[in-house]
Design a protein around this ligand. Structure first.
Ligand code: HPA
Length: 280
């Protein structure tokens, strides 16, 4: 059991440092910012930034567009702790390392996490620049962050994933999008490990399976949130048509599209974070 104890202790150690460094802010809401979407963290009031390098157990992302720091600050009356950058499974880190920051944020006090990402659009009505609420996911990676001995301090051995993306928070997100005049769609996200993009044949398979979006993140983080009883909201920014449905895929296009929706994304996320109540 030494390994599971280590993961809990490592998460607690990181949580303790976060709490200390961002005081007098007290964490309420965690936000994970996907590729090219980090600017939300710069829009927080009274910001306090902590580089990942200074948080025990946090890995540094090697991907362009991921700054690698935590920013705590105010969004309306809520205290948000935003991760500007995340590590991905394809970077070669074990999943335990990828989910450590999520577990740390929850142990530090975040009861709700908003997980964002850049994604390929599979469904016909999804275009680059669209913002899509994640209604459910399909895990095609063959991986799961809960594989290994279960530590009951995190959660139960077989956690229920029937409503992984909180239905009430989704209603709230749609209300806030409507109030802001933002067209917020909804769809099923599929996770493949990457780092190569999918093939057109894989995208045809994903479409038949019921996937609307594809990407290389979010799913392990969402699983760990549910395991620990934290509420999850997922938002994808469609940065490109999935393989075979448009042109060639590139990280430059992903970054460029994410940059283009920056202001809309910040407006939506700010409204959502301000509106979330702990009882919701
Ligand atoms: N596939 C996987 N991950 C992605 C994509 C994609 O098309 N776009 C942005 N992230």
């Amino acid at each position: 059991m030494a390994e599971t104890n280590d993961q809990y202790l490592a998460s607690e150690r990181a949580a303790e440092l976060i709490r200390k460094r961002i005081a007098p802010h007290t964490p309420e809401l965690g936000v994970i910012l996907g590729s090219g979407l980090g600017a939300f963290g710069d829009a927080l009031g009274d910001p306090v930034a902590v580089p990942y390098a200074e948080i025990p157990g946090f890995a540094q992302s090697s991907v362009a567009g991921h700054a690698g720091r935590l920013v705590a600050g105010l969004c309306g009356k809520r205290t948000v702790v935003a991760m500007q950058g995340r590590v991905h499974f394809y970077e070669g880190h074990p999943l335990s390392q990828i989910v450590l920051p999520i577990r740390a944020l929850i142990l530090a006090g975040c009861k709700t996490l908003v997980i964002t990402n850049a994604a390929g659009g599979i469904r016909d009505d999804l275009y680059p620049g669209d913002l899509v609420l994640i209604s459910d996911h399909i895990n095609l990676s063959g991986q799961n962050p809960l594989i290994g001995p279960n530590d009951e301090r995190f959660g139960v051995r077989f956690p229920d994933m029937s409503t992984i993306y909180d239905p009430e928070l989704r209603v709230l997100a749609h209300q806030q999008a409507q109030a802001e005049g933002i067209d917020l769609k909804e769809g099923v996200y599929s996770w493949l490990s990457g780092p190569s993009y999918e093939t057109p044949a894989e995208i045809r398979m994903l479409r038949r399976m019921g996937a609307d979006l594809c990407g290389m993140s979010t799913v392990p983080e969402a699983i760990v949130c549910r395991h620990m009883g934290a509420r999850v909201l997922g938002i994808s920014c469609v940065t490109n048509k999935a393989a075979g449905l448009g042109g060639k895929l590139s990280h430059e296009e992903v970054a460029e599209t994410a940059g283009r929706v920056r202001d809309t994304f910040i407006a939506l996320l700010s409204r959502i974070c301000s509106a979330i109540r702990e009882s919701q």
